[in-house]
Design a protein around this ligand. Structure first.
Ligand code: NAI
Ligand code: MG
Length: 396
């Protein structure tokens, strides 16, 4: 087989650091690949007015698999103010390059596993009725629709005549917003298509069946969001009944789910949701297994797949002389990449090494020691990013 080429997309802040560390682990496990780096992130927005340049899209198009660190996003006006003078006042609008990448390549399934590492001091614990402490084991996989819904980008402030007229055809708009001056209206739509909804539901059920999860929980709000969540719930029931009768379909509301996940997280297996709610529950579950330093993810489409930690660029830690952030989320995301390209034996070796390091408890980054992130944490006994990587590599 031809040697594989992986596109690396370091991005901004700690994204660059954790991606570099991850490449060291991939080399150490014997994964043979060529890497080509794609330009992405803040620097390219400021210099070129585009945080996801066309040449980067072409690279991903060509090689199909990318490892992505993280990017920095800022609100529209703040972003525009940082453009170089030559690009100012040209009507350039900042869009998050990861969101653009998901939409451009139709990476419509976002997969976010959250599984307890034994011995992690950050694991969720709860008190039982008789006062004892319990540490329930979390093993969930969140399937988040990745291209539509509230992140679809169909938005207006001060909507133009056509949009305003269309909105006025809706009785609820006339009733609730008729008195609001048009210039004071901001609107973000939540659009679900049947095709994309069906794809994410099928992906969730298929994963549950393949990996032995008993249930799929649809986490939406069909009692209020009758059209979008309502359609998704109806389709989930049909798919379960016709194609996956052996899997139990549960239905929770997003608000209640945020409460339930700290009461009985061990009762959930696969969860599936639209874009924003999937983003929310995956951070919620990540909190139960140690937080963003442990949360990995895959963005998968028919052709292209991009693997990334769910955390962002953490700018406040980006310029420390010695990096202190936890590389595990990014390394575990690379394991998802290895699974995707049928290199699960290597992925499992790395996962085993991570699990051993966490369980031994000798090497811990600052987050695993419940310290606040300051440059002096390494002097106080926390492992640096590189020391954590070294420890994982030593286990390999
Ligand atoms: P963030 O994920 O960058 O950081 C939030 C907090 O999580 C940090 O202060 C830190 O305490 C903790 N954290 C994150 N990664 C960690 C790691 N590897 N090890 C230990 N602790 C870690 O999110 P925040 O602060 O909301 O956003 C910062 C920037 O990142 C923003 O510009 C935001 O738009 C962007 N962002 C980018 C994402 C992406 O590239 N996919 C996702 C989320 C945010
Ligand atoms: Mg998020």
């Amino acid at each position: 087989m031809a040697r594989r080429t992986i596109v690396t997309l370091p991005g901004d802040g700690i994204g660059k650091t954790v991606l570099n560390e991850t490449l060291r682990v991939l080399n150490a496990v014997g994964f043979e690949a060529d890497y080509v780096e794609g330009d992405i992130g803040w620097e390219f927005w400021c210099k070129e007015g585009n945080p996801l340049p066309e040449r980067t899209i072409e690279l991903i198009e060509k090689h199909k698999i990318a490892l992505f660190g993280a990017i920095t996003s800022k609100p529209k006006d703040d972003a525009a103010a940082e453009l170089i003078p030559e690009l100012q006042n040209k009507g350039l609008v900042y869009f998050s390059p990861i969101v653009s990448m998901r939409q451009h390549f139709n990476l419509d399934s976002c997969i976010r596993p959250c599984k307890t590492y034994k011995g992690n001091l950050l694991n969720f614990v709860r008190r039982t009725a008789d006062g004892n402490i319990q540490e329930p084991e979390v093993d969930v996989v969140i399937f988040r629709q990745n291209t539509e819904g509230l992140y679809g980008g169909v938005e207006w402030s001060n909507p133009d005549d056509n949009v305003y007229k269309a909105l006025n055809t809706h009785i609820k708009f006339r009733k609730n917003f008729a008195d609001v001056p048009r210039a004071e209206l901001s609107i973000s739509t939540r659009i679900f298509s049947k095709n994309a909804t069906s794809r994410i539901l099928h992906a969730a059920f298929a994963h549950a069946l393949k990996f032995g999860y008993k249930s799929v929980t649809l986490c939406e709000k069909p009692n209020v969001l009758r059209e979008t969540s309502g359609m998704m719930f109806k389709m989930a029931k049909q798919i379960q009944a016709e194609e996956y009768p052996e899997i139990i379909l549960k239905n929770t509301n997003i608000d209640a789910q945020m409460m339930w996940l700290t009461k009985n997280p061990e009762t959930y297996g696969v969860l599936v949701a639209g874009n924003l709610f999937g983003d929310i529950i995956s951070d919620g579950f990540a909190g139960l297994i140690g937080g963003l330093g442990f949360a990995c993810s895959a963005n998968v489409g028919d052709e292209v797949a991009v693997f990334e930690p769910t955390h962002g660029s953490a700018p406040k830690y980006a310029d420390f002389p010695v990096s202190i952030v936890n590389p595990i989320a990014m390394i575990a995301s690379a394991c998802m990449m290895l699974d995707h390209i049928n290199e699960s034996d290597k992925a499992n070796k790395i996962r085993k090494a991570i699990a051993e390091i966490v369980e031994e408890g000798k090497v811990k980054t600052y987050d695993m020691m419940k310290m606040s992130g300051r440059p002096d944490v390494v002097e106080k006994g926390a492992a640096s990013t590189a020391q954590m990587t070294d420890a994982i590599i030593a286990k390999l």
